[in-house]
Design a protein around this ligand. Structure first.
Ligand code: MEV
Length: 317
């Protein structure tokens, strides 16, 4: 029996796609890792009457949320239906460490934190498989044709080598290297970018298909570079992937500029991460002091925020 003054909190990490975004929608592999700096928490407490949502994006009644949050509403309804509980009488507070639509998986992370908090609110056990199912419902609404990669990472908190439709392979990343992530400050446009790459594939099949396959080959090599603990080779692959993503029309002026600044500041490689057309980029450095210097240059060049993430073993679990 629920005691009515209790509140529960669900937490989820965002994700960084190291390499393979967009191509992964079309059957190629991708490598992604959880990113604690993009953490989301969802707190639920009981209230009288209609459910309300509080977030930096929208605050008000559940029945009045904007269309951009329909994925959230549908995930809430689906979970409550599954648990045979009412979705009314809840106060839901969403807190995110980074703004939404930055290519860090925040929509999937919000869904994951929401599902975790509802299960906990109703004192129910939640398996990773069930969590993945509900996050996938939300992601289909948010992104139209998602590969399932974001849902996988935010439900499992591990790095993966992922191919759509195949059993995901856990990938332990432990190499001497630091990722620098930088936010352009501009919203990304994952849904439009995914849809435009699909259109490009229909309009100019040969060239687009070659770019997608080429990203796939880079990703396979990136897996080898990780296994061989070779940050220099990995860096080269990241930069090549960025060139291909630019050719697929999913970069932006700001992303290209930050990639350029990172490379000129000594990064081993740099690329956009996630859906693109805004959002974030990543760069790779071998040593922490180099990573700090690159982050500083990126901020001077206009990055709104930067983070440094170790690829050493302590970063895996
Ligand atoms: C978005 O985070 C990554 C994309 O590859 C889309 C997807 O995998 O669903 C652009």
């Amino acid at each position: 029996m629920k005691i009515l003054s209790e509140s529960t909190v669900g937490t989820a990490n965002g994700k960084i796609i190291l390499i393979g975004e967009h191509a992964v929608v079309h059957g190629m592999p991708a490598i992604a890792l959880p990113f604690e700096a993009a953490q989301v928490t969802v707190e639920i407490e009981p209230k009288n009457g209609e459910t309300t949502v509080e977030s930096s994006y929208f605050t008000g009644k559940l029945s009045e949320v904007p269309a951009t949050l329909y994925n959230f509403v549908e995930a809430l309804k689906a979970v409550c239906k599954y648990l045979n509980q009412s979705y009314e009488g809840l106060k839901i507070k969403v807190n995110s460490l980074i703004p939404s639509e930055r290519g860090m998986g925040s929509s999937a992370a919000v869904a994951s934190a929401l599902v975790r908090s509802i299960f906990s609110y109703f004192n129910k056990e939640l398996t990773k498989e069930r969590l993945f199912e509900f996050v996938s419902i939300s992601e289909k609404i948010a992104h139209g044709n998602p590969s399932g990669l974001d849902a996988l990472i935010v439900s499992n908190d591990h790095s993966y080598y992922f191919i759509k439709g195949e059993t995901p392979e856990k990938l332990s990343i432990d190499l001497p290297g630091f990722l620098i992530a930088a936010d352009t400050g501009f919203k990304g446009q994952t849904k439009e970018a995914v849809s435009d790459v699909g259109q490009l594939l229909r309009d100019s099949k040969g060239k687009t298909s070659e770019l997608i396959h080429s990203i796939g080959r880079l990703t396979k090599k990136a897996k080898r570079a990780i296994e061989d603990k070779d940050p220099r080779f990995l860096g080269e692959l990241l930069t090549k992937a960025h060139e291909h993503l630019t050719a697929l029309t999913v970069s932006s002026e700001q992303l290209d500029q930050l990639v350029q600044v990172a490379l000129e500041s000594g990064a081993l490689g740099a690329k956009l991460t996630g859906g693109g057309r805004g959002g974030c980029m990543i760069a790779l450095a071998e040593k922490k002091d180099e990573a700090l210097k690159i982050a500083e240059k990126l901020e001077k060049a206009g990055a709104k925020q930067t983070w440094i993430h170790s690829l050493g073993e302590d970063a895996n679990d």
